[in-house]
Design a protein around this ligand. Structure first.
Ligand SMILES: [Zn+2]
Ligand SMILES: [Zn+2]
Length: 670
């Protein structure tokens, strides 16, 4: 028997599999990384198959230059995941697969490659005091048992109100999975690791012996390579990570957990725009294992799967600390009053809470000082010259900042249009609220938590630490404060501008507002203190507030799903969004109109093609942008259509010069 002569290799480029001769050197295995010539460059590729023959003429075939066989090959399961993701999200398989590897394994080897590789195998583990597992209440125990005793592919929704002890259930399930099989590995996905240091710490404290590693964007390249390798070689038993971790390579993936599965950060905003939750479910399916989706406010997609019996629902209806109570929610109608940052009764409640020794959390969904600076005479407002958005006034730096592209501007002394010297901040952001609080409660110790005040993981940790320690009376912040923190001393939560989100044109705006507010409200009364939540709104009769006061996610979800079903919008249809950007809007829309006529020719009865429109944020970083939405009744139908459509759009057309386009499958924002 002769050994194969050719290797099929995928590379990080929009190309199909390429054939290379394997020559006299070491024969690569399927899943090995190899160094191959690509045009004038040498690049790292992944072997996806071996063959005895090739279509490439003998004179044209190039050879594999090196096989990186110091590391185990990538497993077939991983290659299958990446192929699925590439096909589903309309990427070349090589682009998807290579971009999922840390740079150390994706780029051509440096001279000291072997030596550096050996160093990467030394895992640095911190000694952490072991924390024994607490006893679960009966609901938690039933949930943990249901998952631990499941066999094969088993998707679960762990539906638990905030403070009901979902994390403890995860830890019990992980414990039982690891105990059953010494090779078993677990993937635990979290929305944003900087905001959830408590979860990581709890996992480490519980599994002191098992190796726990993390994967997220704040790691250095060396840390990322080290942790990736530990999971790939099966040395790490537990991987805690953000959405990028869903593409990690495991030896024996045995359990998948997605915490806060509804969180928008699971959807990638650039590059391959995948949903980590959906890929996690697919990996559980391929590995025939359990997948636990945890949330107090599940996505409507997940809730619908529960309704039709695809996912099994496990409910935690009580707060885990027996004496903790669900907070009392109250709406403060701001519609018939003079505009003010705080209503009178809110001021009183804050004063009382502080005097009683509790902490107050003030939530506002906008960082910075004020949204805009405006001219009192002509109405001129500050705008970004590169985007169609306003710039936000940041008082501490005395700068106007565009939150879309990051551009910074000086603050003009007078109106550039009419010369009026009276230009004033309009609206409120976290910085302005902080100032108002300091004026109203000069004795109180105030801490602001947002992306400007807390830029690094350690800054976030120390900020949250000071809240826990009780050295802060009032915390003012954005949704950063809403994530899973156990603030045991918080007795009052104030929500200032919920309405802004309610007025957003995004189809998911209401869903997100509900999730955010329930999360914020969940910060109140987590321990023995009774919690109170005050929501200032100009629209107290909006149905979302009724659902919120009833504290019934079911009621909320059923109402929204009825609306969605009537409108045949997701999850009752499948969508894809084509976006195009060019230097002028005419060019972008011209491209989309041609794309639309190609789509009409391919669509048939069951694919609906909308009209091209400018994007909500039309100009971004000097690009003018338009979009075109398509809908289909099923995934299969949508993908059959998209394959034909993107092929039709890839045919070169001189009118498309200077226009970039991309298709997002299952878009999150429309
Ligand atoms: Zn003016
Ligand atoms: Zn901008």
């Amino acid at each position: 028997m002769t050994s194969p002569q050719f290797a099929k290799v995928i590379v990080d480029a929009p190309l199909p599999e390429l054939d290379y001769a394997v020559g006299d050197g070491v024969l690569p295995r399927v899943g090995d990384r190899v160094l191959v010539p690509l045009g004038p460059r040498k690049v790292v590729g992944i072997v996806t198959g071996l063959a005895d023959t090739t279509e490439v003429p003998a004179g044209k075939i190039k050879s594999v230059l090196r096989v990186f066989n110091e590391v185990k090959p990538l497993r077939a399961e991983w290659l299958k995941t990446m192929a699925f993701a590439a096909d589903y999200y309309l990427r070349a398989r090589g682009e998807a697969a290579l971009s999922a590897l840390p740079p150390f394994f994706r780029l051509p080897a440096t001279p000291a490659y072997e030596k550096r590789l050996e160093k990467l195998r030394e895992l640095k583990t911190k000694k952490i005091a072991y924390e024994p597992a607490p006893v679960l209440n009966d609901e938690q125990q039933a949930a943990a048992d249901a998952v631990s005793s499941s066999t094969g592919y088993a998707p679960f929704l762990l539906f638990g109100v905030t403070g009901s002890g979902k994390t403890e259930v995860y830890l019990h399930i992980i414990e039982s999975v690891l105990a059953k099989d010494p090779q078993a590995q677990v993937m635990l996905l979290v929305p944003e690791i900087n905001l959830t240091p408590q979860l990581e710490a709890r996992v480490r404290a519980r599994f002191a012996q098992a190796t726990v590693v993390t994967m997220h964007s704040s790691l250095t390249p060396a840390q990322r390579a080290r942790n990736w390798l530990a999971v790939h070689e099966g040395r790490a038993r537990i991987l805690v990570g953000t959405r990028m971790a869903v593409f990690a390579s495991f030896q024996k993936l045995s359990l998948v957990i997605v915490d806060e599965e509804h969180d928008p950060s699971y959807k990638a905003g650039e590059g391959m725009r995948f949903s980590a939750r959906d890929v996690a479910l697919k990996r559980a399916f391929d590995n025939k294992i359990a997948c636990v989706l945890g949330s107090a406010t599940p996505s409507l997609e997940t809730w619908q799967q529960v309704r039709i019996g695809q996912y099994k629902r496990l409910t935690l209806s009580r707060r885990a600390v027996a004496s903790a109570h669900l907070p009392d929610m109250q709406l403060i109608d701001m519609s018939k009053r003079k505009p003010a940052v705080f209503a009178e009764e809110v001021k009183e409640a804050v004063t009382q809470a502080i005097e009683a020794g509790g902490q107050v959390l003030i939530f506002i969904n906008r960082r910075g000082y004020a949204p805009v600076i405006s001219c009192t005479a002509c109405g001129w407002v500050t705008r970004c010259v590169h985007c169609s958005g306003f710039t936000v006034f940041h008082k501490t730096e005395k700068r106007l900042v565009c939150h879309h592209c990051g551009s910074r501007y000086g603050v003009p002394e007078r109106c550039p249009v009419c010369g009026n010297a009276e230009i004033l901040p309009v609206g409120t952001g976290t910085q302005r609220i902080e100032e108002a609080i300091e004026a109203l409660w000069p004795q109180a110790r105030v801490l602001r938590i947002d992306r400007d005040s807390v830029r690094s993981k350690s800054a976030a940790e120390s900020a949250f630490e000071s809240v826990h320690a009780g050295s802060v009376d009032i915390v003012v912040g954005t949704q950063m404060i809403a994530k899973g923190h156990d603030f045991k001393r918080v007795s009052l939560v104030v929500v200032l501008n919920a309405d802004a989100q309610l007025m957003s044109p995004d189809v998911r705006a209401e869903e997100r507002l509900y999730a955010t507010l329930m999360q914020v409200a969940g910060r109140a009364g987590r321990a023995e203190r009774a919690g109170r939540v005050l929501i200032q709104t100009r629209y107290p009769n909006h149905p979302v507030y009724d659902d919120m006061k009833a504290q019934s996610y079911e009621r909320f979800a059923e109402r929204l799903l009825r609306e969605r079903e009537e409108a045949a919008s997701p999850p009752f249809c499948r969508q894809a969004l084509l976006t195009a950007q060019a230097k002028t809007l005419d060019r972008a829309l011209g491209f989309l109109r041609r794309a639309r006529s190609k789509a009409e020719a391919l669509a048939g009865d069951d694919v609906f093609v909308y009209e091209p429109v400018p994007m909500p944020l039309m100009r971004l970083k000097d690009w003018e942008r338009g979009q075109l939405l398509v809908e289909a009744g099923s995934r299969a139908r949508l993908h059959a259509f998209l394959a034909a459509w993107s092929a039709a759009m890839s045919v070169p057309d001189s009118r498309d010069a200077g226009t970039d386009w991309s298709i997002e499958v299952d878009p999150a924002d429309i």
